[in-house]
Design a protein around this ligand. Structure first.
Ligand code: ZN
Length: 154
């Protein structure tokens, strides 16, 4: 377990220091705000959808190391996914961190490092904030004027 915790901490610290996709997307299809009042974590998620897929995804915001690392890693795995694929992954992730349930390695990949968060119930919302925000962004029904393409897909 010590090794696992070390890996877990190392990856989270690394993503916290150097978050991936930490930027705005000027022509985003959707921009969604997320807030975790328990910890004060804030995230703004940018989604660019094209032909039913996440063509680009990024985030900005401030929060604890877990929330930031989770958002960073989430953007790296969600890019290129379809809405159903992204939703399925969000579901697996949320179950893993809230219950500690073992997820199939092929289903979660490197996200498995967040399984350790289930030992700290107060931090579960930090880890899931980005995913809740993603789901809200994917659900948004309103047609956004900045979307130039993406309505011609499946
Ligand atoms: Zn937090």
């Amino acid at each position: 377990m010590a090794d696992l915790n070390e890996l877990y901490q190392e990856m989270i610290l690394e993503h916290n220091t150097k978050p991936r996709n930490f930027r705005a997307i000027a022509d985003a299809s959707r921009k969604t705000e997320g807030y975790n009042p328990l910890c004060g974590d804030r995230i703004t998620l940018f989604l660019k959808m094209e032909n039913g897929r996440v063509a680009d995804i990024s985030f900005q915001g401030s929060g604890c190391a877990i929330s930031k690392a989770s958002a960073s890693m989430m953007t790296t795995v969600i890019k290129g996914k379809t809405k159903p694929e992204a939703e399925a992954l969000a579901d697996v992730f949320r179950r893993m961190v809230s219950s500690g349930a073992q997820a199939a390695p092929e289903a979660v990949g490197k996200l498995a490092v967040f399984a350790g968060v289930s030992e700290f119930p107060a931090r579960v919302k930090c880890a899931t904030l980005a995913w809740h925000t993603l789901l809200a962004g994917l659900e948004e029904k309103t047609d956004h004027p900045v979307t130039t393409e993406g309505e011609n897909g499946s």
